[in-house]
Ligand binder design. Structure first.
Ligand code: TXA
Ligand code: MG
Length: 343
């Protein structure tokens, strides 16, 4: 199968209009389309079509027990799929459209495979204009995981989708680089307050402030198990990733690796640390800057692309600088720690 890339950065261009029309046709007839959202690129299929949904799992090599998020273009569409609670109303009012996914009781309209047989369904109303245009063109809810091969970092550029899924899907809508760079915050919104299943741009603190409480699933004070997807090793680069706290630790670890005659490690550093280590003689070619230490949003935006770049360069060892797990930093460190785990 040939994979076509279609530029939709200018939604009114002829290329975009044609591409969106084609995306609508592909989705309605059971095919898969890669598309941009404000978080990461998604791989979409008609949520009502069990065969199309099975094709998502096959294209990604995704385990069947990891449920998908259904994307909608309106609150109305979401209400048809799941049972809204007062909490869901409040969260939707505050954060939709946007990078928040809510797990609610399913009304049973989508095939069981979408939610891996669970009685709940995850729904998200994205804010990206290209995603919304595609959802409208499809005229139905779209089930979509991140558009990477299972186990690879989520795609933040159309080129990443092509890298992973070329030949497996007919069309990728290219909306340019995504804004956020990490997947949506996922909460269970069935109860009185949200339970955090996956940290993201909508932070635990913001949710606590709005709702009174927001425990993380799997924490001692929370009976709910974490989201099924969280048990898999995600976002893994092929090399071994070591996390360090600052440039001093990065330099020390690099030094000891080189003394053991290991291959040159690749360093993922803040701009500030990058400047410091270059001053101390580390070649620029062995460093990728993730952005300012003061800006977790920079790290969020650049982390997945950097992990992919590490693979391109064949880096056997990667030294990655952490940031404090505060605010959006918590989501960054959640993904970073998984990438560093050997499981
Ligand atoms: O930002 C995002 O959410 C992106 C874009 C494309 O929208 N999508 C995404 O999908 O990250 P995916 O499939 O890579 O991650 C979905 C997460 C998984 O951790 C999954 O286990 C969880 O959501 N999930 C889905 N349905 C669930 C449910 N019914 N109950 C609990 N967790 C669920
Ligand atoms: Mg994913």
């Amino acid at each position: 199968m040939e994979t076509k890339l279609c530029d939709i950065q200018n939604l009114n261009s002829e290329e975009a209009l044609r591409g969106l029309e084609q995306a609508g046709e592909i989705l309605r007839s059971g095919g898969l389309v890669g598309f941009p959202t404000e978080t990461v690129y998604g791989l979409g299929a008609n949520a009502f079509d069990a065969e199309a949904v099975a094709a998502i799992f096959a294209a990604k090599g995704r385990p069947g027990d990891n449920p998908l998020i259904v994307h909608v273009a309106s609150l109305q569409q979401a209400r048809e799929l799941v049972e809204f609670t007062p909490l869901a109303e409040k969260l939707a009012e505050c954060y939709w459209p946007g990078p928040l996914t809510m797990v609610l009781d399913s009304r049973g309209l989508v095939p069981a495979s979408v939610s891996a047989g669970l009685s709940t369904l995850a729904v998200r109303f994205p804010s990206h204009p290209g995603a919304l245009a595609m959802l409208r063109a499809a005229e139905r809810p779209i089930a979509a995981p991140s558009a990477n091969l299972s186990g690879r970092p989520s795609p933040t550029l159309a080129g990443h989708v092509l890298e992973d899924l070329q030949g497996r899907i007919p069309l990728i809508l290219d909306g340019g680089p995504v804004e956020i760079g990490l997947e949506s915050t996922v909460v269970d919104a069935r109860g009185e307050y949200p339970i955090l299943l996956r940290p993201g741009k909508v932070t635990q603190d913001a949710l606590k402030l709005l709702c009174g409480d927001c425990p993380a699933a799997g924490q001692a004070d929370c009976a709910r198990p974490a989201s099924p997807g969280m048990k898999y090793r995600h976002y893994a680069p092929q090399g071994q990733l070591f996390l360090v706290k600052n440039w001093r630790e990065a330099e020390a670890l690099r030094h000891s690796l080189l003394q053991e005659e290991a291959p040159q490690p690749l360093l993922l550093l803040s701009e500030e640390s990058s400047r410091e280590l270059q001053r101390r003689g580390v070649p620029e070619t062995q460093i990728i800057s993730l952005g300012s230490e003061e800006e977790p949003a920079d790290f969020a935006h650049n982390l997945f692309a950097a992990l992919r770049e590490a693979d391109h360069r064949g880096a056997g060892y990667i030294i990655g600088q952490s940031i404090p797990a505060i605010g959006l930093g918590a989501a960054v460190m959640n993904r970073y720690t998984k990438a560093a785990s050997k499981k």
